[in-house]
Design a protein around this ligand. Sequence first.
Ligand SMILES: Cc1cc2nc3c(=O)[nH]c(=O)nc-3n(C[C@H](O)[C@H](O)[C@H](O)COP(=O)(O)OP(=O)(O)OC[C@H]3O[C@@H](n4cnc5c(N)ncnc54)[C@H](O)[C@@H]3O)c2cc1C
Length: 488
Amino acid sequence: MINPGTPSVNKRRIRQLNGKKVNRGPVIYWMSRDQRVNDNWALLYSIELARELETSVVVAFALTDSFPGANLRHYSFMLKGLKEVEKALIKKNIPFRLLTGNPPSTISALVKETRAGAIVTDFDPLRIKNDWKKELVKIIDIPLYDVDTHNIVPCRVASGKQEYGAYTIRPKIKKLLSEFLDEFPKVSSFGNSSAKSDKTTGWEHENYAGTENAGRDRLKLTNWEAVKKKLPGVVRSDATEVEWLIPGENAAASMLNNFLSNKLSRYSEKRNDPNANVISHMSPYLHFGQISAQRIALEILKNFPKDPNTDAYLEELIVRRELSDNFCHFNPHYDSFEGFPQWAKETLNEHRKDEREYLYNKELFEAAETHDILWNAAQREMVKRGKMHGYMRMYWAKKILEWSASPEDALNIALYLNDKYELDGRDPNGYAGCAWSIGGVHDRAWAGRPVFGKIRYMNANGCKRKFNTGLYINNYSNFNKKPPVLPI
Ligand SMILES: Cc1cc2nc3c(=O)[nH]c(=O)nc-3n(C[C@H](O)[C@H](O)[C@H](O)COP(=O)(O)OP(=O)(O)OC[C@H]3O[C@@H](n4cnc5c(N)ncnc54)[C@H](O)[C@@H]3O)c2cc1C
């Protein structure tokens, strides 16, 4: 139990990835996708398991310097968030270990060093994370439990197959929401004093000698700046740090409060207007797991239960977001042409040789050097701010299809740019979003036209009908111009 009298973690969130039996020894929570202390079912389950086994918990984050596409922008946001995680864990008497290197190797080394009894980690549908887990189970002799703490309805419970679209996953999720949309127990201080003196847990003590706290021990904190400087992705990066969005659990909670107090009431009406900025900006926090989607949903439902804006927002936050996890979990080709539905592959193949009115390569797109000033503005918004407005992302990706030599090139370019510059990039939502725009995933066939075939088309007039495109273009008219201070 987490605390006497509190409910335990719903077992349907948890999968054991190997057939091993628990040993005596601490439970390692290998934190990966869900980088937070509060509202985290994987951490709660680690604590629950440790209490059952009368042992302690160690939280470890395995930092690799070669995560595909990760750069200064991403590492900076992530490491600042992890610094906050470390501090919050220490307050709860839970040690935190930052490991650097190949994650399966560093985690298995920690297992040996601490003589751990079990590992708990968080669910992630992406290939690289699953490869790490597969590699790890080959070299450990203790159980590896995978807990879905990212989705409200766990991805593997919501559906057993790739869904066709929002219309097929929505009823499945809605049926299960009451089972999974429950309040989180608080993570109380672990308070296992024997753990403190137990070297196998990985506690490292530093003395407060000469300070007012002399005589007391504290955990040695990670030198985050030193860690950051050593990452090659950081050194090489031309995607700069983002200043307007503060990383971490606390900042995520403030951003959510601001959204609820000042923006939600206009969400349905204005969410497609990039100048209005009524969107929640939750995606970077959700991507790094610095906030739980379940917490967002609970807060909205508690404060605005009968508001139509609540329904519109939860459709995006729950149905669309969890549909993306479903796509990446069940479709091994989520980032290639092969992953598109059959009808879309056929229609794109039929139009492969259509003449392109404009043709650009990756470099020209990246430099925002197309003939279309609206597209260029969207590209600059992403490069400068690290977050393109959601409505523009559709236009942006569809034009890459229209002006690339092939649909394969278009998808590769869109993913390359999305993953490099978007703070929320390298996420199932990005793979699903690009595959929707370019490859008809989760969409239906529309009237045929050159290049696109039956893939849904979008043009600048659609944008003009939704918002003041002139103002948007002016805001992002060149790379040297400071982006506007939007009402956050
Ligand atoms: C080409 C393309 C690329 C995209 N790339 C990404 C990406 O890399 N990372 C990412 O998180 N999202 C991506 N999206 C989805 C969407 O545009 C962003 O989630 C949204 O703009 C994030 O901003 P927000 O949190 O302020 O949105 P809000 O409108 O406030 O939405 C709240 C939350 O709902 C979810 N959501 C909203 N729209 C979608 C959607 N269309 N699909 C799935 N979930 C959604 C997100 O989790 C978002 O944080 C992409 C969409 C397209 C068309």
